[in-house]
Design a protein around this ligand. Sequence first.
Ligand SMILES: O=C[C@H](O)COP(=O)(O)O
Length: 227
Amino acid sequence: MRLLVSVRDVDEALAAAAAGVDFIDLKEPSAGALGALPPATLEAIVAALQHAPGRRPISATIGDCAGTTEVLERVAETAACGVDYVKVGIARGQHALLDALAMCGHAVVPVFVADHGIDGALLARAGALAFPALMLDTEDKARGSLFDIASEVQLQRFVTQVRRSGKLCGLAGALRFEHLARLQSIAPDFAGFRSAVCSGARTAALDVQRVRALREQLQCEDAAQAA
Ligand SMILES: O=C[C@H](O)COP(=O)(O)O
């Protein structure tokens, strides 16, 4: 299982890269679950990571947008900053938005929000469209982790359905170190973290020691599962 960590500036991005994370996700945590960073910050981070050892995929979120037109504009603006993937939050029933995103010409990763339940029809639609990956995350971090919001059966079903569609599957949502074993058994392709790797709340600074510890624990869980 690969590791995605959300960062908000150049220092955090370089620290996460040095700690060996697999995906660097650019996000402003104080602006909500999928808070966007300004384009200048995205460009600065992308440029800095180009000089860091080891190329790793970079994603960025677009924040909350009112309608399809604004979403598509923000996707184009974000992609133009040089990131590999643009993450877009998808609410229940947004079939038309999914269709538009699949045809927009950029590598979009739809992020399903678990707080109001997983929309099975929407997930099936996304599975049939041209997306590189699908994610499940939570919006209200105060409600606990993804495991408090969705059952393991629901999470397993999500992962199975996404992987059957040939896409990478990611899970996130205030995940903690103690969730790693359960995550391993559900086996998404990658898991996303912010809350667990900050020195305080998810809006606080990234704690590189925690990122390293998470990386190590994940490797141990991987080894244990392979044995
Ligand atoms: O995309 C991953 C998220 O940034 C995870 O954040 P979180 O652990 O605070 O829910």
